[in-house]
Each structure stands twice: as C-alpha cells, then as structure tokens.
Design a protein around this ligand. Structure first.
Ligand SMILES: [Zn+2]
Length: 111
C-alpha cells in the first residue's frame, strides 16, 4: 500500500492542491486500507482534524511549514493546536482557529 506525505509534497510543489484532493479521495475510497486514512496521507491527527473542519490541504501545509495559528479569532486567547479544544473556521477569508467553548461566544449556555 502506498503511503503519502501529502503536506510535504504540497510544500515542495510536488503536487498541486487539486492533486492533493484527488489523492485524499482515493485513499478514503480504498477499502483495503488497514491504517487510518490520515496516516496513509501522512497527516497528524491535529492536521487531519483541521482538514475535517474545512481547512484545505494547502492551508494546513502552510501551517506545518510556517506555524499554526495560536490565537482564537473570537477572543484573542491562546490556543494550543496540539491540545485540541478548537474549531477551524473561515474568518476574514482564511481559515483560523477558535475555541470550542469560547468565553466571548455570543450565547452563553453555561452558568
Ligand atoms: Zn476564544
């Protein structure tokens, strides 16, 4: 079974973002896969989670290369990507991170 290093290939221009999507579709459709799809693609769990939230591979590749966003775009508070507890959402035209439970989120359901 072929294993990929999808983000590194993007970073080094070996594949285009479209090709990355095609490779991902192929891996997800591969019923003989005996490891998690993100492992076959060479993504960490954190990177895969961001992708699952709607970030595209190019954005996640940029984060791997240049560093992840470490601030919540709603409250400005610190986010540690590797500890989860965030959502990747589009904000000002690019994907950014916000707390799952953000102190500045409009509706406060907690008491
Ligand atoms: Zn926040």
């Amino acid at each position: 079974m072929k294993k990929y290093d999808l983000l590194d290939d993007l970073i080094h221009g070996k594949i285009t973002p479209d090709e990355a999507d095609d490779i991902c579709s192929g891996v997800l459709a591969d019923t003989t896969l005996n490891i998690p799809a993100h492992e076959a693609l060479g993504l960490t769990k954190v990177e895969w989670t961001a992708y699952a939230h709607g970030a595209d591979f190019q954005e996640v590749a940029d984060w791997r290369q240049h560093g992840w966003p470490d601030r919540c775009f709603v409250c400005g508070g610190r986010i540690k990507p590797e500890s989860f507890g965030w959502l990747a959402r589009e904000h000002n035209g690019k994907t950014q991170l916000k707390h799952v439970t953000c102190p500045k989120d409009g509706d406060h359901t907690e008491t």
